[in-house]
Write a protein that binds this ligand. Structure first.
Ligand code: NAD
Length: 415
């Protein structure tokens, strides 16, 4: 099953439970626009390469398309289609007035020089310029794209328009019109949801153990927040390998070690008797909480039986396949789904857009104060749906999103 077929299967399950309007179901099964662009770059050695880029615009009934741009060798159209549809659902889950989009370039950015990366980014920005903008489609960072890369896109777009249009992308650095709290927003939102879940299920206990797959923007800040709140982070991993310490890792030491040395496996000084483990081993650790914050399809039908965590938090998009979802549900392991757990990122991206459009900027405290109630109320709606429909949190989250999308269609069209 392709990733987009997975998404359609998730929509189908929730639609059947809630009795979604069939017209709405049909409309959200297709993308409103799919772009494929050529991205030419003159490389440092004088040769030319043409990279393939995508931008998928899934649905805009609730507002302009919104979603990240990924630079990764495994990017493909099916993945971008799925990620853009999840963005439609995610924005609806947290009730922000945006639709779903996503983009990407098939490239290994680690193999480009700084000049090649900037040239490629600016060429991609030019190619998609007619189809993006603060009222049309607002990209953001995703895997292997950064605030600096967003700054280049805003700059290129603004040059073409002949005026500053900072709100064309979010996730920018503060000096380029970014928002306070955007860098930590995804993990902060995930923390709010996790704490609500633990409180409601009565599972809070000091020193709960956590394993975290992926130590980039989402995973490293999640590790930091958990560490600061007294959770015992026993394992983390990146694309190379994992690091395990039964007594708990000193997360700030891992963060600075990874920044200096490039890999979590090089941070053996982050705890007593640290061991290097594989990503596969990390997924099967006997921990209270497993946080997935790397890529999609990490827990699948062949390893879901070996997961021992008591709850899984999806900070990544699509890290658990539908087959694995069924296995975890049968084994009584709740999954707090991506479209809720990582929605703090797009929520603060929305705040950034609002600030750019108003040219009036908020303090970090204001951002935090606005984010928490949104995440808590999204959790409460989903928890209530899960009880009402006797379904998983993922199905409950899709029901929440689809209800809002259905309401928007009904308010605008005779459907
Ligand atoms: P990032 O590029 O900052 O970090 C990705 C991390 O995953 C890196 O540490 C990388 O080494 C690691 N990784 C890659 N392949 C891996 C593998 N096979 N096993 C273990 N680790 C691996 O990206 P990010 O922004 O942290 O995004 C991570 C996930 O979170 C993605 O699915 C992304 O779509 C999702 N997400 C991110 C945000 C955000 O605001 N950053 C918001 C919503 C969703």
């Amino acid at each position: 099953m392709s990733l987009f077929e997975n998404t359609l299967a998730q929509i189908a399950k929730a639609s059947a439970l809630m009795g979604l309007n069939p017209g709405v179901r049909e409309l959200i099964s297709r993308h409103e626009r799919i772009l494929e662009v050529s991205v030419p770059v003159k490389m440092d050695d004088g040769t030319w390469r043409v990279f393939t880029g995508y931008r998928c615009q899934h649905n805009s009934i609730r507002g302009p398309y919104k979603g990240g741009i990924r630079f990764h060798p495994d990017v493909d159209l099916g993945e971008v289609k799925a990620l853009s549809a999840w963005m439609t659902m995610k924005c609806a889950v947290v009730g922000i007035p945006l639709g779903g989009g996503k983009g990407g370039i098939i490239v290994d950015p680690k193999k480009l020089s700084a000049r090649e990366l900037e040239t490629m980014t600016r060429e991609y920005a030019r190619a998609i310029t007619p189809f993006i903008g603060p009222e049309m489609d607002i990209p953001a960072p995703d895997v292997y794209t950064t605030g600096q890369i967003m700054g280049w896109i805003a700059d290129e777009y603004s040059k073409i328009q002949g005026r500053n249009v900072l709100g064309v992308v979010t996730g920018k650095l503060l000096a380029a019109g970014g928002s306070q709290g955007r860098d930590t927003a995804t993990s902060q939102g995930g923390m709010h949801v996790l704490e609500e879940y633990l409180r409601e299920s009565g599972k809070t206990a000091p020193g709960m153990t956590v394993a975290i797959q992926g130590f980039g923007n989402a995973g490293s800040f999640m590790a930091k927040f958990l560490f600061e709140k007294g959770f015992k982070v026993v394992a983390v991993s990146d694309s190379k390998s994992g690091l395990f310490c039964v007594e708990g890792l000193n997360v700030p030491v891992v963060m600075s070690g990874k920044a200096a040395k490039g890999s979590v496996a090089d941070c053996l000084d982050a705890g007593n008797n640290c061991q290097v483990i594989t990503n596969e081993q990390l997924l099967t650790l006997d921990v209270d909480i497993l946080v997935l914050s790397a890529l999609e399809n990490q827990v699948h039908k062949d390893n879901a039986e070996t997961v021992k965590a008591k709850v899984v938090l999806e900070l990544a998009n699509g890290p658990v396949t539908p087959e694995a979802d069924d296995i975890l549900a049968r084994r009584g392991i709740p999954v707090i789904p991506d479209i809720l757990a990582n929605a703090g990122g797009v929520t603060v991206s929305y705040f950034e857009l609002v600030q750019n459009q108003a040219n009036y900027y908020w303090s970090a405290e204001e951002v935090q104060a606005k984010l928490k109630p949104i995440m808590v109320s999204a959790w409460q709606a989903i928890s209530a749906n899960a009880k009402q429909y006797n379904c998983t949190f993922r199905e409950a989250a899709f029901i929440s999103a689809l209800r809002r999308i259905e309401d928007a269609y009904k308010a605008r069209r005779s459907i």
